[in-house]
Design a binder for this molecule. Structure first.
Ligand code: GRG
Length: 305
């Protein structure tokens, strides 16, 4: 990790920490489980993409409105990991190199912590309207951002991808072709990455065409990110936090099992280059935010964790 990324990650951790619940009262256990699952680590890619997309289109560094959405997207991402690790889903006891939430707090609390993170994400994001005050332009941007957040995490986004992924596990492997795998990746993984970039730009006042362009960039980056994840499952990576080769052991059809390692690596490269090319057409691509984003996209293509 380079110093720039380390510094940004620290900045994001401090922003997220402002919005985490206090562990108090009779429901303190669920708050402990929420905070545990967020604080146990994570690369903070989604809030990082959001922050830099904002900075590409705005003159300022972003205020509480942006910060609330950054915290919200990480809460939704963390909820999805909490639930994905549950016995009914992937049944993983380890996440980010530590016991997963249900392994540490029990299954019921693992379910509730995920539910609570999803709900608290929207509670946190809705608080942005208070910060926008009477400014109609800011309120309109908040409303658009909230709608992107809800849609991309829901049945036309991440949940759709998870449903298709779970159903694919019970299918004969011959029925799981590239169309199915692409649908899963586009929704389970890319939707939240698209949402991060789109929300950052929306809050900064980007127009519809620019936001659509960021959606396309997010789609390419998201697909590349997931293919890289599948590659790392085969080749191993530094501090992956989960056993290597789990997809193959579980008989899972993945991008790599369909096209092979070499083509998968090439596709990660092509998708990342295409995202950077699209980014370079946007105003703001030569700002600090724009440059950071293109470096980040190229860095994610070769990530080892
Ligand atoms: C339960 C609705 C629901 C969805 C679960 C996100 C997800 C969908 C499942 C997790 C498993 C997985 C491999 C998802 C693909 C996206 C992905 C690679 C997530 C991991 O994201 P990172 O690498 O995680 O950003 P960190 O730990 O760095 O935050």
């Amino acid at each position: 990790m380079n110093d720039d990324i380390r510094q940004k990650t620290k900045e994001i951790d401090e922003i997220i920490a402002k919005y985490l619940p206090k562990e108090e009262g009779l429901a303190a256990t669920v708050m402990q489980a929420m905070n545990y699952s967020i604080n146990v680590g994570g690369k903070r890619i989604r809030p990082m993409l959001m922050m830099e997309a904002y900075r590409m289109f705005a003159d300022d560094q972003g205020d509480e409105v942006l910060h609330r959405f950054m915290a919200a997207i990480e809460m939704i991402h963390t909820y999805s990991l909490c639930h994905d690790d549950l016995p009914a889903m992937d049944n993983d006891d380890m996440r980010r190199g530590m016991p997963s939430t249900h392994a540490k707090f029990g299954e019921a609390m693992g379910i509730l912590a995920g539910d609570a993170l999803l709900n608290y994400a929207f509670e946190t994001a809705a608080g942005a309207f208070e910060c926008a005050g009477d400014d109609p332009k800011k309120c309109r941007r908040c409303a658009r951002a909230l709608s992107i957040l809800a849609k991309k995490a829901g049945i036309y986004g991440m949940i759709a991808g998870q449903v298709a992924d779970i159903e694919a596990e019970d299918k004969d492997s011959s029925q799981v072709d590239m169309d199915v795998i692409t649908f899963i990746h586009e929704n389970k993984t890319a939707a939240m990455i698209e949402s991060s970039l789109m929300i950052g730009a929306t809050l900064a006042g980007a127009d519809d065409k620019q936001v659509a362009s960021l959606e396309k960039i997010g789609s390419d980056v998201g697909l590349a990110f997931q293919i890289r994840d599948d590659i790392l499952d085969v080749t191993g990576g530094e501090a992956l936090g989960k056993p290597v080769g789990s997809d193959e052991r579980n008989g899972k059809v993945t991008y790599v099992s369909l096209v092979g390692l070499d083509k998968a690596r090439q596709d990660v490269n092509d998708l990342s280059e295409s995202a950077v090319a699209e980014l370079s057409n946007l105003p703001g691509s030569s700002t600090a935010g724009g440059k950071f984003l293109s470096d980040l996209i190229l860095g994610l293509a070769v990530r080892n964790r």
